[in-house]
Design a protein around this ligand. Structure first.
Ligand SMILES: [Zn+2]
Length: 158
């Protein structure tokens, strides 16, 4: 049995002879295992800063120059934040384990804030440079919605 990510799909391989109940149980086990592996493979702050620089070069002509980029664990209602005066960007640890394009979107969002404060038309025009903006926003909205469901990931099972 194995599980892996293919783009933003998750593929779980299990033997065909399993019953539906067994199948369900094993899919849950494999998904947990995969998530545990991924959470160990988190980008370090230095890698995060490198990535932000690369995204800035690629989508904003290198104009956004963050002085620091780091993970924070005290940010539960926002995915990212920045202090333009200091050039610092902070990402919520809740993004860890989400698809790369989602993390990249939040980085691009905060990079764009170093250039344009607020969420006016100029800001969103700038973000259009990142091709997966709409998709990433949809993903994050889905996570928020799932958290609100009675049996969503935010709910306790017991
Ligand atoms: Zn914003």
């Amino acid at each position: 049995m194995s599980a892996y990510r293919e783009g933003d799909r998750t593929v779980v391989l299990i033997p065909a002879r399993m019953s539906e109940a067994e199948e369900k149980r094993w899919v849950t086990v494999m998904l947990k295992k995969l998530a545990a592996q991924e959470s160990k493979r988190v980008l370090g702050d230095a890698e995060l800063a490198e990535r932000a620089q690369r995204l800035s070069d690629q989508y904003f002509g290198g104009r956004a120059r963050p002085a620091s980029v780091r993970w924070v664990t005290n940010q539960n209602t926002r995915w990212g934040s920045c202090t333009p005066a200091e050039g610092s960007i902070r990402l919520s640890h809740r993004l860890q384990g989400m698809p790369e394009y989602v993390v990249d979107y939040v980085l691009c969002h905060e990079l764009a804030h170093l250039l344009v404060p607020g969420h006016g038309p100029r800001f969103w025009r700038l973000l259009e440079a990142y091709p997966r903006t709409e998709r990433a926003r949809g993903y994050l909205e889905g996570v928020v919605a799932a958290d609100r469901l009675p049996h969503g990931p935010g709910a306790r099972d017991e």
